[in-house]
Design a protein around this ligand. Structure first.
Ligand SMILES: NC(=O)c1ccc[n+]([C@@H]2O[C@H](COP(=O)([O-])OP(=O)(O)OC[C@H]3O[C@@H](n4cnc5c(N)ncnc54)[C@H](O)[C@@H]3O)[C@@H](O)[C@H]2O)c1
Length: 367
């Protein structure tokens, strides 16, 4: 077994001063990531539900504020970390930018191209930065995979397959309705940011065109946990989507995402090259093993030997580094827009039964 360790990024100072908005499911992972990183400092956090904010904050000894406005009024906060649901991203991002704060948002930046443009143009006018998740591309797994592709381990990468086969969110999420809404709902909106980002990273090339088929297998869903358990609600979007993606480099990918499937034994991502195949784990993780299958028949498992595990906050750290050095950050506006553009194009293609071009670029994602 071949083992590699991740190379830690250079430390910068003073630490990036962060205000966190939204203390829901993903927030403890960010709290833990920020707490262990000397380059990041959490000034305060807030949530519409003050008890939720208090419970999380007290665990890490972080102050809470009673409202977003109060957090935005804190002059020591440089960056707003937006961990609200996607339908809140536009308002929270704009409020942060209006208050003179940079923004790091969870994915997708917003649910539409128009809203994303609105945020990015506003930031540009304000002279402020917007960075957007997913940042798993900066983690051990995808950095290592990218290094292997760059050094020719699989030859020229020409194709990929990706599968996200789930049965949706209603068995575990207390209010999953947004995941089935006509705008911003469906498995492609929810999961493709990770999978497309991973493939953009591997091919180092933007999406050029997409073609997709989609359907709604179950017209309604029933919430099975929390105070709304037993509530039936309509499904307003396609919940099984087969997308074909052509990248500018000429590479092609088939990405299947589903909220309709009960079980699967398919891999998550495979990248095919002229000399081998790279098998990637679920790209929502930072530090899972890779497999490299070469033309000589060898099968190598490559693991992270650093022991760092799942570390949230790489994107925040990169933003801090870039701010202090006066350089571009890597999860920048072009990439954030491109992801929303490609995702909307998949939905447009399904509905029009036609190939749709994707004209936006990704900038220099590799830094
Ligand atoms: N990076 C990852 O691995 C990962 C994992 C899960 C979710 N996400 C993303 O993170 C974001 C949040 O997801 P989640 O699952 O934690 O959601 P969640 O619904 O569990 O939590 C969201 C929280 O935001 C609060 N909130 C909503 N609007 C607000 C506002 N205007 N001001 C202050 N607080 C507000 C809610 O009260 C709630 O506590 C989403 O964009 C999602 O796509 C990322």
């Amino acid at each position: 077994m071949f083992r590699m360790s991740s190379s830690p990024d250079a430390l910068f100072s003073p630490p990036l001063r962060i205000g966190m908005v939204g203390c829901g499911r993903v927030s403890p992972r960010y709290m833990a990531g920020i707490a262990r990183d000397p380059a990041l400092s959490l000034v305060a956090c807030t949530d519409l539900d003050p008890e939720r904010a208090e419970a999380l904050a007290s665990e890490y000894g972080v102050p809470t504020t009673a409202s977003l406005d109060e957090l935005l009024a804190d002059e020591s906060v440089e960056v707003i970390l937006n961990l609200t649901p996607p339908d809140q991203h536009l308002d929270v991002c704009k409020a942060a930018l209006l208050a003179g704060k940079h923004v790091y948002s969870e994915k997708p930046l917003t649910n539409t191209r128009n809203e994303t443009t609105e945020v990015l143009e506003f930031a540009k006018r304000q002279g402020l930065r917007v960075a957007c998740a997913p940042d798993q591309v900066l983690g051990w797994t995808l950095t290592t995979a990218r290094g292997l592709v760059d050094e020719g381990a699989i030859g020229r990468p020409f194709a990929a397959t990706a599968f996200v086969m789930t049965h949706g969110h209603e068995s575990w999420h207390p209010d999953p309705r947004a995941y089935y809404a006509s705008v911003g709902g469906g498995p492609f909106f929810n999961r493709a940011p990770y999978y497309l980002s991973a493939l953009l990273w591997m091919f180092n090339s933007p999406v050029e065109a997409v073609s997709a088929l989609g359907g709604t297998t179950f017209p309604s869903r029933v919430i099975s946990t929390g105070p709304l358990a037993g509530t039936e609600f309509p499904v307003e979007t396609e919940t099984h989507i087969n997308a074909h993606v052509r990248f500018e480099s000429g590479a092609m990918a088939s990405i299947v995402t589903s909220f309709d499937v009960w079980g699967t034994v398919l891999p998550r991502i495979e990248v095919y090259g002229t000399k081998g195949t790279l098998v990637l784990p679920d790209p929502t993780h930072y530090s899972e093993p890779l497999r490299l299958l070469r033309e000589d028949g060898s099968d190598e498992t490559i693991e992270d030997a650093s022991g760092d595990g799942e570390v949230y906050g790489s994107g925040l750290r990169d933003l801090g580094r870039a701010l202090r050095a006066g350089e571009d950050h890597r999860l920048g506006p072009e990439l954030a827009y491109h992801l929303v553009d490609a995702i909307e194009a998949v939905h447009d293609s399904m509905r029009a039964s036609a190939w749709k071009p994707v004209q936006s670029g990704i900038g220099d994602i590799r830094g």
